[in-house]
Design a binder for this molecule. Structure first.
Ligand SMILES: Nc1ncnc2c1ncn2[C@@H]1O[C@H](COP(=O)(O)OP(=O)(O)OP(=O)(O)O)[C@@H](O)[C@H]1O
Ligand SMILES: [Mg+2]
Length: 492
């Protein structure tokens, strides 16, 4: 994939293209205005000269006086350098032409407006590489009844042309310099404008695994970057959470393994410290076996959770009668419950689609926990309900000491025990049961929550409406996802 152009480059390019376009338009406008202004000045001058010639001609009162016209005009025009004048009479007879006059036929021959007050026609022409601007107009002599004469006046526009050429050169040079300058300023502005992004990158560089607690201060970034900073901080928070769980988990794991292993070592050392009878050795071995079994169970549980984390647990999809499973487990725990003086009750029934063995494992853990925590003489109540929406809810409720609210959200964490001191005393499990339960339910696109108040502890597991395709690939996804996938048909 091609790397996109740098933002600085793009901004500079855009900025200089825009300013180039604007400067070029301004350049043309200025050029045109100055030229128009010069033409206007020339025309005003020519108008004045035309008026002068008209005035001189109006002084002529008699036909004989016409002979003096050239002289009179020459006198009148003394000191008007660069001015050409021509007077044309009837039948295109040239009555006067100033020396070096260069009038084009179009100007002399065309009929000028009869009314002397109207503006004469302006003509621009070139001769021998020189530019000229001329106008022609009608003029009346003082002789009564005489037809108007045509007067043409012209000036050389060469000095204006030269000036305009130099002016254009300088103008376009200035414009080119301005373009270069705006490009440079644009580049500086873009770089300065992007400084907060570089700042953000610098701050980000400083964040490492050991400093995941750092956050980008959103109030110190410009408004455009707030979303980015907030998203980045959210990502950091998620990473920090995962990272903390992972490192907690490793230290918990080491801690959990240390006790049984040191138990085993101590027992073995004690057994070896003197000669024992075969029965004593057997006893030690049995005791060790128990410890090995606990270790093996823990390792198997860990393996299950690791697989679930890596989305390797693929639950089969069969119809599981929850009530039948619970009844079966009641049978299994009957002796244990009797021992604890706890009775077991079940209400309701509903089928779910899923992996029978896995669901059984989850239920078994909820039940064993509940039986263990129920005071003597009380009962563990399991309820299975199907909601209107098709969702199936399984509740395991038992009376007992409340679990403190701060423990509730963490019960499902690995190795988490609400009361570790009492735990040891009772010789309870590793604290992996609820983590596995949650993994299994999540693999069935369900959720589980714990509530504990007023002497009642309740675990509520919700399965989506008999889901036909369990998404094992995403065991931790929201249940909404499964519902979205069309887990609608509830088996009867
Ligand atoms: N019904 C309950 N009433 C009170 N506390 C409970 C109940 N169920 C679970 N707990 C608390 O939640 C903790 C975690 O339970 P979990 O099933 O994960 O672990 P465990 O039962 O101690 O060990 P394992 O299940 O791995 O053998 C328990 O240690 C206990 O403190
Ligand atoms: Mg348990």
């Amino acid at each position: 994939m091609m790397r996109p152009q740098s933002i600085t480059f793009r901004l500079t390019l855009f900025f200089s293209t825009a300013s180039t376009a604007v400067l070029i338009v301004i350049g043309y406008l200025i050029g045109a205005l100055v030229e128009a202004h010069f033409e206007e000045l020339d025309l005003m001058e020519l108008d004045g000269k035309l008026e002068l010639v008209r005035h001189t001609l109006a002084e002529v009162r008699t036909p004989a006086g016409m002979a003096n016209v050239p002289q009179n005009l020459s006198d009148a025009l003394v000191g008007h350098h660069g001015l050409s004048v021509a007077v044309v009479g009837t039948e295109r007879k040239l009555l006067f032409e100033s020396p070096g006059a260069v009038f084009p036929a179009a100007l002399l021959e065309g009929r000028p407006p009869e009314d002397p007050s109207t503006r004469a026609r302006a003509v621009v022409w070139e001769r021998d590489g020189q530019g000229y601007l001329g106008i022609a107009g009608a003029a009346l002599t003082g002789i009564t009844g005489q037809v108007p004469l045509t007067v043409a006046v012209a000036v050389s526009t060469e000095h204006h042309r030269l000036f305009m050429r130099a002016f254009h050169e300088r103008l376009w040079l200035a414009i080119a310099a301005s373009i270069a300058l705006t490009a440079l300023l644009g580049w500086i502005a873009a770089r300065r404008g992007l400084a907060p992004v570089r700042n953000l990158a610098r701050l980000t560089h400083g964040i490492s695994a050991s400093r995941l607690g750092e956050r980008l201060p959103p109030e110190s970034v410009p408004p455009e970057l707030i979303d980015l900073a907030v998203a980045f901080n959210d990502m950091l928070a998620r990473l920090e959470g995962s990272f903390r769980r992972l490192s907690d988990f490793s230290s918990d794991l080491a801690h959990e393994l240390r006790t049984p292993v040191s138990n085993l070592m101590t027992q073995t050392q004690v057994a070896l410290s003197q000669t024992r009878s075969a029965d004593q050795y057997r006893e030690v071995l049995y005791s060790n076996l128990e410890e090995y079994e606990r270790l093996a169970r823990m390792i198997a549980d860990m393996l299950f959770l690791a697989k679930a984390d890596n989305r390797l647990i693929v639950p089969s999809s069969e119809s599981v009668d929850l009530a039948a499973e619970v009844r079966d487990l009641f049978g299994y725990y009957e002796a244990f419950a009797e021992d604890q003086g706890v009775s077991l009750t079940l209400r309701g029934a509903a089928p779910v689609r899923g992996d029978r063995l896995m669901i059984r494992r989850a239920l078994s853990n909820l039940l064993s926990n509940a039986i263990r925590h129920t005071p003597r003489g009380e009962s563990v109540n399991v309820a299975i309900e199907q909601h209107q929406s098709g969702e199936i809810q399984l509740t395991v409720e038992n009376p007992g000491e409340d679990i403190a609210p701060e423990h509730l959200p963490r019960l499902f964490d690995r190795f988490y025990r609400a009361d570790p001191a009492r735990h040891k005393a009772r010789g309870d499990g590793a604290g992996l049961g609820l983590a596995i339960t949650r993994s299994i339910i999540a693999a069935h696109a369900g959720t589980i929550q714990a509530f504990s108040a007023n002497g009642l502890t309740r675990f509520e597991a919700t399965f989506p409406a008999a889901c036909s395709h369990i998404d094992a690939a995403h065991p931790h996804d929201e249940p909404a996802r499964a519902a979205e996938q069309g887990c609608a048909s509830v088996m009867k």
